[in-house]
Structures are given as C-alpha cells and as structure tokens.
Design a protein around this ligand. Structure first.
Ligand code: 5GP
Length: 114
C-alpha cells in the first residue's frame, strides 16, 4: 500500500471530488484546476513514476487511458478535444509520486506547454 496524497484519496482518508471509479482506476477533480475541466486519473496500484512501469503494468496503463477517453466522450467534450498529460520526476513537473494522467478540457490548449 502506498502512502502518497493520492493513496489517501483512494482510501477516502482525505476528501476529493471523485468523478469516476472502477476496480483499477480512480478519477477526481484537480484541487488547482488549469482548465474548466481538470481531472486526475490514477491507477489504484501505487506506482511512483512513469520510470517505474514494467511490462506487468501494461493493462493498468491501458485501463487508465481508456477510462479517461471514455469519460471524455461521456462528458460530451471529446469531439471538441482535450489534452492528456503525465509528468515524470522533477524536470517533468511531477509533484505527487503516484502516477496520474491529467485530463484538461474546456478551453483552447497551447503548444509548447510551459
Ligand atoms: P503533478 O504536478 O504531480 O503532475 O500533478 C499533481 C496534481 O495534484 C496537481 O495538479 C495538483 O494541483 C493536484 N493536487 C495536489 N494536492 C491535491 C489534493 O489534495 N487534492 C486534489 N484533488 N488534487 C491535488
């Protein structure tokens, strides 16, 4: 069992606005949203960084991405578009060491990202 902030959200030790859950994935709104829609999709399995993924995690990562894209379609903004981001370690801007997929939508995104 991990003990990051996100593990505490999985265990309901701290509150979050949960928008989606299944056996492997939890999704909740980011506390500091960077777009009108900003949701974090996380695996329930505690994996610290993208560098820690192994072949055994292929299904977990697939489920994470499918949960996010399915939710985007169900919410009705998939055709307009959205952005998915996963930050890794310091230079990637990662601050919580439990991998998570940022799903951002509801405004025009820009490139390159900051
Ligand atoms: P990272 O910088 O690691 O890619 O993303 C971590 C994200 O977690 C940030 O966007 C940050 O706003 C969000 N976050 C940090 N603490 C909390 C919290 O307590 N609750 C929620 N819902 N999001 C959080």
């Amino acid at each position: 069992m991990g003990d990051t902030l996100f593990d505490k959200i999985i265990r309901r030790d701290i509150p979050a606005e949960i928008v989606y859950e299944d056996d492997d994935v939890l999704a909740f709104r980011d506390i500091n949203p960077q777009a009108p829609v900003h949701v974090l999709f996380i695996p329930k399995k505690p994996i610290a960084t993208l560098n820690d993924l192994t072949a055994a995690d292929a299904a977990v990562i697939g489920k994470l991405l499918l949960a996010a894209t399915s939710w985007a379609k169900a919410q009705g903004f998939a055709d307009n578009g959205y952005r998915c981001v996963m930050n890794c370690n310091k230079d990637g801007g990662q601050t919580v060491y439990h991998i998570h997929l940022h799903l951002l939508a509801g405004r025009q995104m820009h490139w390159p990202p900051g």
